[in-house]
Design a protein around this ligand. Structure first.
Ligand SMILES: Nc1nc2c(ncn2[C@@H]2O[C@H](COP(=O)(O)OP(=O)(O)OP(=O)(O)O)[C@@H](O)[C@H]2O)c(=O)[nH]1
Length: 582
């Protein structure tokens, strides 16, 4: 059993209500609000009594409905904190959206038009995020209602929104509201006549959806349009035909609209008495201090009817009331228009600021991109330069090292790594020239390995090579840094010893000979060879500073050392030649 049935039944009991699911009550309350005001209030009353049985989510829903009831009753001061609470704390996107829509309505009805239009703007921005059909419908309805007014005149925008609604997933309720808003937007814009089938189609859609308030609003609009088009008689007949539905709604604005529209129609037909009767009926429904437009319309009819009936005093009295209502309505319209324009201005200036910011941002991004591009180019250029430089340095290094290697190879003997003959001769001549200039001492030794042929023959050429290398090393170890050692050819070496007198030269030659003779050469850790040498010495003091003469004299001494039995040193002396043996 539904709450609707319970409410219709005069015998409804609390026990019956207890059995109905609370979620169904809430849903029915939602539906009945736009269908039957008294039923809506009754369901709300029942829900209030069972508030403690509601879940947390249901309680938030109930609070929304309660706040909307307060707005309907004009108690905005109590309604708005509840709505703010739902927006801030319910944690339900759809419910918060619906609360915003209700808040806008509250702001609008309490004549805080600037807040209402500003909130409406925010609401439309949020709409795409909301999926709940009821929430979307409530939000859109609220906004369209605020655009579809003569003070604002945004009929085209309202029409566009109405047509957007038509594209939503179809439902009887959506069809009703979308058709109704499309019809009224066209009607208020002066683009629709009473005869247009769109009117009846919209009414039928709302009847089919059970949306009686919306159907009644359309019917009353249609009746007014008939009068405006000069068909007052038709309007009266139509109003009588719908009067039972209007009365059944129990909704004060429509209950008052019915008689006042009839009054306008009768006045238009010249029936002042009936016009006066219906106008007074309307005032009786709303009271004399209602904010509804019907009061202004009723006073206007009464003023004209009384005038027609010749009741000048009554006419004047109603005229004054009419003017007071009209002035208030105009002030209100001005305030609405101003609020709308103010918010529009704020929105467009905020948009301009946003656009300017976006442009600035774009320029900044472009600049950054350019700067980063320039930085990349410069980095690339630097890297290239560095690579080139590194390549150049490496090439130079390679060239320098190659040059040094070639020069070394040109000056040295590849096997023994001592100076080759040519370089030895050049260097020795240069040194002797310098020594000659200061009459300094110098000795030249010619060293020849003994019986080297035997080594080659006995152990092979490779062992001979190794023995030659070792002999050169052993000799080198016995020399001073400024002594000059060179391979003169085969197994023969030359040694120039600057700043050495004859005796010291002899001593050095003997040390060399001894070192050679006492150092066995081990080849491949297998063959052990002992190499001895014979040395011939000539000194500058005896032979002069000519390399050629020094070599001749040293060779002669060497010859004698060989002759003397090898492994010995022989020195050339001007007066007497001496042979020093081991
Ligand atoms: N393994 C090797 N042998 C060399 C090299 N240059 C010269 N010889 C050898 O040295 C030997 C020199 O022999 P000879 O001139 O007869 O002299 P010797 O055998 O040392 O005898 P005496 O000088 O009279 O003591 C030759 O057999 C050459 O082949 C070389 O670079 N490597």
């Amino acid at each position: 059993m539904t709450i609707l049935m319970l409410c219709r039944s005069a015998t409804a009991t609390m026990a019956q209500i207890d059995t109905a699911p609370v979620a169904t009550w809430l849903e029915q309350a939602d539906n009945e609000r736009s269908r039957d005001t008294s039923r809506f209030r009754l369901i709300m009353e029942q829900l209030r009594q069972h508030e403690d049985q509601l879940t947390s989510a249901q309680r938030w829903h109930f609070r929304l409905l309660d706040a909307r009831l307060l707005v309907d009753e004009g108690d905005y001061a109590r309604a708005e904190p509840i709505l703010h609470d739902i927006i801030g704390h319910s944690g339900d996107l759809s419910l918060a959206f619906r609360a915003r829509a209700a808040l806008i309505r509250s702001k609008f009805l309490s004549r805080d038009y600037v807040s209402a239009y500003a909130l409406a703007n925010t609401l439309m921005a949020e709409l795409p995020r909301v999926t709940d059909p009821q929430a979307r419908l409530e939000g859109m309805s609220q906004v369209i209602g605020m655009l579809d007014r003569s003070a604002v005149g945004q009929y085209d925008l309202a029409l566009a929104y109405a047509r957007q609604m038509k594209a939503w997933p179809p439902s009887p309720k959506t069809d009703c509201y979308a058709s109704a808003y499309e019809t009224t937007s066209l009607l208020y814009a002066g683009k629709l006549t009473a005869a247009d089938p769109m009117f009846q189609a919209a009414i039928d859609a709302c009847v089919a959806a059970g949306e009686s308030h919306q159907a009644d609003a359309l019917r009353l609009d249609l009746a007014s349009e008939m009068i405006d088009e000069g068909h007052a008689g038709q309007s009266i007949a139509y109003l009588h035909s719908i009067s039972s539905e209007i009365r059944a709604s129990g909704y004060t604005p429509y209950l008052a609209s019915l008689p006042v529209t009839l009054a306008q129609a009768y006045l238009s037909l010249g029936d002042a008495a009936k016009a006066r009767k219906f106008a007074l009926d309307s005032i009786a429904i709303t009271g004399a201090d209602s904010p509804l437009w019907t009061l202004r319309a009723a006073y206007e009819v009464l003023y004209q009817a009384e005038k027609k009936l010749g009741h000048d005093a009554a006419a004047l009295a109603y005229y004054e009331k009419y003017v007071a209502q009209k002035t208030a309505a105009m002030d209100d319209a001005k305030a609405i228009a101003l609020a709308y324009q103010t918010v529009r201005q704020q929105v467009s200036s905020a948009k301009m600021k946003l656009d300017a910011l976006a442009k600035e941002n774009n320029i900044l991004q472009l600049r950054q991109a350019l700067a980063s591009q320039a930085q990349k180019t410069s980095q690339l250029f630097n890297a290239l330069l560095l690579a080139l430089l590194a390549f150049f340095v490496l090439a130079m290094l390679w060239l320098w090292r190659s040059w040094r290697r070639f020069r070394w190879m040109a000056h040295h003997d590849g096997l023994t790594r001592v100076c080759n003959r040519e370089y030895f001769v050049v260097q020795a001549k240069r040194t002797l020239r310098q020594l000659h200039r200061t009459n300094a001492d110098a000795c030249l030794i010619v060293l020849d390995l003994d019986h080297f042929k035997r080594i080659n023959d006995t152990h092979g050429h490779a062992v001979g090579d190794q023995a030659l290398r070792s002999a050169a090393m052993i000799v080198g170890r016995e020399l001073r840094p400024n002594d000059l050692l060179g391979r003169l050819g085969g197994e023969e070496f030359g040694i120039l010893m600057p700043d050495r007198p004859h005796d010291e030269g002899l001593e050095a030659a003997n040390r060399i000979r001894q070192a050679l003779a006492s150092t066995p050469v081990i080849v491949d850790q297998q063959v052990t060879v002992t190499v001895s040498a014979s040395l011939g010495l000539a000194s500058a003091a005896c032979s002069g500073y000519s390399l050629r003469l020094l070599l001749v004299d040293a060779d002669a001494a060497l010859y004698r050392a060989k002759e003397g039995g090898r492994n010995q040193v022989a020195a050339h002396a001007p007066l007497a030649e001496s042979v020093v043996s081991c």
